[in-house]
Ligand binder design. Sequence first.
Ligand code: MLT
Length: 265
Amino acid sequence: MKTVHVREAEFAVLDEGDGPPVLFVHGFPLDHSMWRGQTAFFSRTHRVVAPDLRGFGRSGGTRDVVEMSDLADDLAGLLDELDVTEPVVYCGLSMGGYVAWPFVERHADRLRALIVCDSRAAADTDEGRANRAKMAKSVLANGPEAAVEAMIPKLFADRTRSTQPSVVNGLRKVMLASEPRAIAAALGGMANRPDSTSLLPDIDVPTLYLCGEHDEITPPDEMAAMAEATPNATFVQIDGMGHMTPLEDPAATNAAIRSFLADLD
Ligand code: MLT
């Protein structure tokens, strides 16, 4: 991992391989390690850049609220610091997908193609916002344990929980190690994010939407509709998997991404 100074904070970032750059942006409340099945595979053919977002993993810079647009600007700054001048393939999961929308709006010149995994363009409902506020309060007062245990069943398909306990426990450890203040800051930013649905018809780069068949958080029907609304988009469902498709089934995820990347050349 490298340490890079961007916008008054220190960021930890995995930067490996040579070739066209692919930027992997993790979900909440995780770190770059959720992409290990992809970074190991694609670093053979591409330059893979997988940071810990502001406040998560080994990156600093937490604030009281971190907006999705702050995270998009951090990523652009990080690419500058790493001298990645070529447009990137942006690949984000869930919260990493929420960050894709301001990245598209604010840093379009840096974008070669877009991969959105298990995410949505719509904003939170009022109920969703209220739940995030409740979660932030609980995490700040009592630590992340209760919130993490409530999230785990929603992140993975039943099959993954019964057949891959080490994957589930590994992610649980990452979530429990997240700083309460960073968790609360991201919850605030996700609650504040605007509806980006109207952006989809204007996306002018090839786009891949990927979703686990049993994703309860961002269901496949909703992602298929996003693909319909995006001019040059493909939708791929990963059978039998939940919200954490890249971790649950790296082989199927990598096959879908590899085929998408091959079509770019
Ligand atoms: C994520 O996986 O990043 C979160 O589930 C996103 C969210 O809470 O909306």
